[in-house]
Design a protein around this ligand. Structure first.
Ligand SMILES: [Zn+2]
Ligand SMILES: [Zn+2]
Length: 401
């Protein structure tokens, strides 16, 4: 049997579980929820209070946020020192103005003024609203191997996961993935792990990603200005990495890798290309309710897309046909591209390109998987790298025909 035949036989066990919720009748009771799964506050190296950050996301059209701090969960006593730092003083003034002196807990000791950070359980009731806004507990598992930062987000975890040690990038990442999966199994709580910014310090190579087991998500777009989403003259960008990983995963009978857009926001007072600000990239998830279980279930089914500004009004996959429509904004021009992995090819190809707000594509038998990308000519309001216009990425789907 040829290698190609093996690949096709292996696909048979994968296709049954994918896109089952993408049928139009099953979507009737679902709606799209906008969320950011990667955010930092004073609990680690962000520069604002969690309440201020939640307030920003809630009033800017998001329905869910995961505060994902470096190796820490917001469940214990922690104080932030204000003395001698003008930015922290300014942040405190905004915090007091917004939430009042009654809410803000301060302390003056020999080291100066300190503010106690509220735990997730303390600030959660201020924002959560059934069907409107949800906060998901998270952690950025922040491993370091030599000069390589190896970060993964664990979304909806119950207990802190310590950074892992290992001899190689793959070993450290794999141990982190396994720790999340073990916690999920032990607690019975749905949770996911995703690989963050592989090109940050160019720490995670394509070969590293291909070697991972059980890695179902990564960030095709991360809004931090130092993560090299687009790569450089020596390194491929995350989008190309995504396709190459999927070609390799399918050959190894692994499920397709899905891609997220996230902010990785740290800076809430200074804005521009050199800061990691809120509002740059997100996911739109189609779920029947706004709950951690429903959001995670939809993510695992691939029923979501990543965006830096483009909104879809329709997205369906049935019988090997992907159909999508953009929710157009006045005066904006859209280009819809379909990319696919062809049988026997070691890279993806541009299958079709449409100018306008709606398009569909039906996979020929030689197309193994496909995905769509929507480009626009609308300037991103706060871009990084040369990603100057708004776009969106659907998840890849297998050819079931
Ligand atoms: Zn990180
Ligand atoms: Zn981060």
């Amino acid at each position: 049997m040829s290698r190609k035949m093996n690949w096709f036989v292996g696909l048979g066990i994968l296709v049954a579980t994918l896109n089952s919720c993408a049928k139009p009748d099953a979507q009737a009771d679902k709606r799209w929820y906008k969320g950011n799964l990667h955010t930092h506050s004073y609990w680690s190296d962000g520069d604002d209070y969690p309440e201020m950050i939640m307030d920003w996301y809630k009033t800017n059209g998001y329905q869910f946020v995961a505060l994902s701090e470096h190796n820490i969960i917001a469940d214990h006593e922690k104080w932030v020192s204000i003395a001698g730092d003008s930015l922290r003083k300014a942040a405190l003034t905004k915090y007091r103005d917004r939430f009042g002196d009654q809410w803000v807990e301060d302390q003056l000791d020999a080291e100066g003024l300190k503010i106690r950070l509220k735990t997730l359980e303390e600030y959660r009731p201020l924002f959560e609203d059934p069907g409107q806004f949800l906060i998901i507990q998270s952690e950025e598992i922040t491993n370091q191997l030599g000069d390589k930062p190896l970060h993964l987000n664990a979304t909806n975890l119950r207990e802190l996961i310590e950074p892992q040690q290992g001899e190689s990038v793959v070993e450290v990442l794999q141990k982190s993935i396994d720790a999340v999966r073990a916690q999920r199994e032990r607690t019975g709580t749905p949770m996911i792990v995703h690989l963050n910014h592989p090109n940050f310090h160019y720490a995670v190579s394509l070969e590293d990603m291909i070697a991972l087991q059980g890695e179902q998500f990564f960030e095709v777009f991360n809004g931090h200005p130092q993560v090299h989403n687009q790569g450089d003259s020596l390194h491929i960008g995350t989008e190309e990495m995504w396709d190459l990983v999927n070609i390799a995963y399918l050959k190894q009978n692994k499920p397709l890798l899905f891609a997220l857009g996230t902010d990785d926001s740290h800076h809430y007072h200074r804005k521009g290309r050199t800061w990691s600000n809120a509002g740059r990239g997100w996911v739109m998830v189609r779920a029947d309710t706004l709950s951690p279980d429903a959001i995670i279930s939809a993510l695992e089914a691939g029923d979501f897309y990543a965006s830096t500004g483009v909104t879809l009004s329709e997205l369906s996959v049935a019988g090997g046909t992907m159909k999508l429509s953009v929710a157009p904004e006045p005066g904006v021009h859209y280009t819809i591209r379909f990319y696919g992995g062809l049988s026997g090819e070691d890279h993806t190809s541009l299958l079709a390109e449409h100018e306008g707000t709606s398009a569909s594509y039906t996979m020929e038998p030689n197309v193994i998987f496909m995905r769509a990308k929507v480009l626009s000519d609308k300037p991103h309001p706060n871009p990084i790298e040369s990603l100057d216009t708004e776009m969106a990425w659907t998840q890849p789907v297998l050819n079931r025909g």
